[in-house]
Design a protein around this ligand. Structure first.
Ligand code: ZN
Ligand code: MN
Length: 485
């Protein structure tokens, strides 16, 4: 997991302050204020009713499952759960918002003052503090038809329950942006409150970035990056934006507060709109919705059924012998973690984690699938690493076996047999091979004995060639040393 050098290293006088707002679509069965399905569908305007379409005179009815999921999110991020919270109307006018206001939480959000722990670049822990998590409804979607001057409105998404998770500007680098989003994403997936599918918009991050001289006590003017739907693009856009802002200041110009979009083709951020002053949303408490009361009893009930959290899983995996780095990769990818844990049930081998993080990860990248659908079953990978541990095959043969497994789904022992890949481990046999090589290469022997250490590699290569790569490499080394000294 190599990371590019941060642009900040080229500007040691500067620092960056980043706050992030994440919108998470909750995976409830129905929408937040009506009984319409909350499933994604390709059929526009098929999951709608008078309530989510904003007809006059209708009354919203709060979906209790939304509150429970918000409590889960709050507990998972160390927030205080408000005993009483309220809904407000946030007014703005846009074709995909038929009521002309969004129901959201303004003054009294359901969760306050939490934190998410991340690993900094140097491997130490850092707490990114949360200001709040509030509940709100999503808007619909405007669809602008290509090659036509018509626009359409799809209201399927109106009334989808959202959590908005708002951090303090505690994030200080592109690495930390990524680490924070990965950690938060792992939390919403682990608590089973959202699919976390970024391409479908279930996890959307708005990143507020500002730079300043380290000596400047005040935050700089910020720009907001909106609607970027992959971790990679968010990292790239953040890096670009830090550089753009520093260069503006360095050349004596000012940063204008604005919302910017990431153009994946030009790999630049582009202005979307300027915010000269904060919009007046005319918030007021929604008279149609009751105050939400959350009792300690309810919180305890939610706690009791909470799935294992990433932090707990991290500790459990470390206690089983994984490094913090290895465990962190696993908790960021639930399918991969499940894969590893399923395989670990069948082997004690210390090699397992390396094979999961290297070969399995590469394999799913290449086949563009995920660990859950990898052709090599976890149990089969366990068998493979056991074959290496037992000395049946060497590492090089194991690579070959894995490739066949990934293509055919065959068992490793079967492949080893078919291809005759058993490691040659017999000392007498290997000694004979080494002696023959030494006998037929007197010049190289002389060179080695006169101090040319690098000739040793030639002999190892010869032995591997003669055994078609199947010799036990450790034994070959030992035997060569013995005969060449
Ligand atoms: Zn509806
Ligand atoms: Mn929002």
């Amino acid at each position: 997991m190599e990371e590019k050098k941060s642009i900040l290293e080229s500007y040691p006088d500067y620092r960056v302050d980043i706050g992030i707002e994440v919108h998470v679509q909750l995976n409830t069965k129905s929408k937040i204020f009506c009984s319409c399905s909350n499933e994604q569908t390709d059929q526009p305007n098929s999951h709608i009713c008078p309530i989510c379409s904003g007809y006059p005179g209708v009354l919203p009815v709060l979906n209790k499952a939304v509150i429970e999921k918000a409590i889960r999110a709050g507990l998972a991020t160390n927030c205080t759960i408000s005993p009483k919270s309220t809904f407000a109307r946030k007014h703005y006018f846009y074709p995909d918002l038929p009521k002309n206001y969004q129901i959201t939480q303004d003054k009294e959000p359901i969760c306050k003052e939490g934190f998410v722990t991340i690993l900094k670049e140097d491997g130490t822990e850092k707490k990114i503090r949360l200001i709040r998590i509030h509940i709100e409804e999503d808007a619909g979607k405007n669809i602008h038809a290509a090659g036509s001057d018509e626009s359409f409105v799809d209201l399927n998404r109106t009334g989808t329950p959202l959590l908005e998770i708002v951090s303090y500007p505690d994030i200080e680098s592109t690495h930390e942006v990524r680490a924070y989003l990965k950690a938060l994403h792992a939390l919403v997936v682990a608590t089973e409150i959202s699919t976390g599918n970024m391409e479908e918009g279930s996890f959307r991050a708005d990143t507020n970035i500002s730079v300043r001289k380290k000596t400047d006590p005040q935050l700089g003017t910020r720009c907001e990056l909106k609607n970027i739907n992959s971790f990679k693009f968010i990292s790239d856009a953040t890096e670009y934006e830090i550089e753009r802002q520093i260069e503006l200041l360095e050349s004596g110009q000012k940063v204008t507060q604005q919302t910017r979009l990431w153009n994946t083709k030009t790999r630049q951020t582009m202005p979307m709109r300027s915010k000269e002053e904060a919009a007046d949303y005319r918030y007021f408490q929604d008279p149609d919705l009751p105050i939400i009361e959350v009792t300690q009893n309810w919180i305890d009930q939610v706690k009791a059924i909470m799935p294992e959290l990433p932090e707990q899983k991290l500790q459990r995996l470390c206690a089983q012998g994984l490094s913090k780095y290895e465990a962190t990769i696993l908790i960021e990818d639930r399918d991969l973690a499940n894969y590893y844990e399923a395989a670990a049930q069948h082997t004690q081998s210390k090699l397992l984690i390396n094979w999961v993080l290297r070969e399995v990860v590469n394999c799913i990248k290449e086949s563009k699938t995920d660990a859950a659908t990898c052709k090599v079953a976890p149990q089969q990978l366990a068998q493979l690493v056991d074959l290496i541990d037992k000395g049946t095959i060497n590492n090089r043969a194991a690579q070959e076996v894995f490739e066949v497994m990934a293509a055919t789904g065959q068992n490793p022992a079967e492949i080893v047999k078919e291809k005759g890949l058993e490691q040659i481990d017999n000392t007498a046999e290997l000694e004979a091979i080494v002696q023959a090589i030494i006998a037929s290469n007197p010049d190289n022997v002389a060179a080695f004995k006169s101090g040319k250490q690098q000739v040793f590699g030639f002999f190892v290569g010869q032995a591997m060639q003669k055994t078609k790569g199947k010799a036990n490499p450790q034994k070959i080394n030992e035997i060569l040393k013995k005969y060449l000294s």
